[in-house]
Design a protein. Structure first.
Length: 177
């Protein structure tokens, strides 16, 4: 069977995008999206706890079948990359505790799935979500838009994987529900 409701996560520390996208009667629907912000003067562990609490609340409220998260793209700022990796780990732990599978998607993989172009900018991604995929209530905050795109990427691939036509992305964790 394929997933019909997915929590998408654009991980970060200062700003984290969260979105729930569902497929209902063959139609995509954006159920909820937000950007979680944590103040820079908050301790690192407190910021991660806040993120974990928000992800846990979203899972409880929306009961997704899976969690899709953007794979960390390593850059020159190793400190920033480490913080994002910690945030990703916090999300994975919360999903695991809820018995949900987690799959990661690279930034280019998401852009290609949503727009057809791996070099699409954030405006093009949002435009494609609204115009091509019909998600008229798509948020404007960049992190929330990314979370919507990540969830949609998972949903689009879920039907194909269920049909056995492609192995899909590397499964990070297979949850039991």
């Amino acid at each position: 069977m394929f997933d019909s409701c997915v929590l998408g996560v654009d991980p970060g520390v200062a700003n984290v995008g969260l979105a729930v996208v569902a497929r209902v009667d063959r139609k995509l629907s954006l159920m909820w999206a937000t950007t979680v912000r944590t103040p820079s003067d908050m301790a690192g562990s407190s910021r991660l706890r806040r993120l974990a609490d928000e992800v846990g609340a979203a899972i409880t409220l929306h009961a997704p079948d899976a969690v899709a998260i953007e794979r960390l793209a390593w850059n020159r700022n190793q400190v920033s990359a480490l913080q994002v990796a910690r945030a990703t780990g916090a999300v994975m732990v919360v999903a695991d505790r809820a018995g949900l599978p987690v799959e990661e998607y690279g930034p280019n993989e998401v852009k290609i799935a949503v727009t057809g172009a791996g070099n699409a900018d954030k405006h093009q991604v949002r435009d494609a979500l609204v115009r091509i995929h019909g998600l008229r209530n798509c948020p404007v905050q960049a992190d929330a838009v990314d979370a919507v795109a990540i969830a949609l990427t998972h949903l689009m691939g879920s039907r194909i994987r269920a049909a056995g036509r492609t192995p899909g992305p590397t499964r990070v964790r297979s949850g039991t529900r």
